[in-house]
Design a protein around this ligand. Structure first.
Ligand code: NAP
Length: 319
């Protein structure tokens, strides 16, 4: 199967090395890479791609003759663009789409899922939340008939890293630099620290698993900028930890969504997520509360989630 990849950052490059090691039965060929700064079309050597001038995404998709668009461009949490347009453009060409970009899932999941169905293609996004830990696959494949009533999670690593840096006496900026060095910070770090990434994940989960049809602006959002380093250190000395917590709750008034910093006891399960680790609890009707944990994931796990989606397409192209 031929892949057209949009975005050539840490996730895309890590995916390329997973593909290079993959068994022949699942052979994928990269027939094009588009990044903001350039494009490579034809048979591309992922170890040393040669980029020419940038080109419009629609032109790139036309030129690549690929079966699958792998959308890995940078997150735009405010609109989900231009990734949404890239994805629609791929569907119009009869291509399946796999993405780790949560923007389209948070802003346009219902429309995109309908467009994929109408076109007889698939739209998969396992890595959009929790870096490849099977969340969407868990519900799709393992929990038929289970209704999700709500969820609680610590899903943004950058804010946890910044808070932990400040607990150690370092600055906010040093924490952001550590998140950058680990490859987990969004290109624009305020998307993380102002809570937009967490709001986008909350909206994405609610859209796919609770049929919510919301966007990140529907989420009651607050970032961590209101917490000074001195306050974080004081709270730490009192045995408390701050985490940016994502919540969804079904209430008689409707679905309530939030992504806000919370002051937690150190013994709270949510406070146990440290570094890049993430934790997500699902509150369900038939299965009570169950959850998923990822300990210190890196871009490799995100890339693996994309790879799993690609294998899912090989196994079930017509689901
Ligand atoms: N990193 C993680 O652990 C992680 C986890 C889960 C999900 N994700 C998501 O996965 C996606 C990729 O993440 P990443 O860490 O690989 O990102 P990254 O390292 O910041 O790279 C972003 C890539 O997107 C390209 N790009 C930006 N705008 C574009 C546009 N309009 N058209 C074409 N290409 C464009 C950039 O091009 P240039 O190279 O020319 O600048 C760059 O290659 C993001 O949506 C992110 O939210 C990442």
């Amino acid at each position: 199967l031929k892949l057209a990849i949009i975005g050539w950052g840490g996730v895309a490059r890590s995916l390329a090395s997973i593909l290079a090691d993959s068994v022949p039965a699942h052979h994928f060929e990269i027939s094009g890479i588009l990044r903001r700064s350039g494009a490579a079309c034809g048979v591309v050597d992922p170890a040393a791609p040669v980029f020419g001038a940038p080109m419009p995404a629609a032109e790139f998709l036309e030129a690549c003759h690929a079966d699958i668009l792998v959308e890995l461009s940078a997150l735009n949490p405010h609109s989900g663009e231009p990734a949404i347009t890239h994805i629609r453009s791929a569907f119009e060409r009869g291509m399946h789409v796999v993405t780790a970009n949560k923007g389209p899932v948070a802003h346009a999941w219902r429309d995109l899922a309908a467009a994929a169905r109408a076109g007889g293609v698939r739209f998969l996004h396992e890595s959009a939340v929790m870096d490849g830990t099977p969340i969407f696959n868990l519900f799709r494949h393992n929990l038929p008939g289970v209704r999700l009533l709500g969820f609680t999670g610590v899903l943004n690593s950058t804010t946890t890293l910044v808070i932990e840096a400040m607990e150690r006496g370092e600055t906010f900026e040093e924490g952001v630099a550590q998140a950058r060095a680990l490859g987990v910070a969004e290109e624009n770090h305020t998307f993380d620290t102002a809570g937009w990434d967490a709001a986008a994940k909350t909206a994405a989960l609610a859209n796919v698993l609770m049929d919510a049809d919301v966007t990140p602006t529907s989420v009651d959002r607050e970032g961590i900028q209101g917490f000074s380093a001195a306050r974080i250190r004081q709270l730490s000395a009192e045995g408390k930890a701050v985490r940016l917590v994502c919540r969804a709750q079904t209430t008689p008034e409707g679905l309530r969504l939030s992504a806000r910093p919370e002051i937690l006891d150190r013994s709270d399960l949510l406070a146990s997520s440290s570094g890049t680790s993430n934790l997500l609890l699902f509150h369900t009707d038939r299965m009570g509360t169950i959850g998923a944990v990822s300990i210190s994931p890196t871009v490799e796990q995100t890339a693996y989630g994309v790879y799993i989606d690609l294998l899912d397409l090989v196994r079930y192209p017509a689901l």
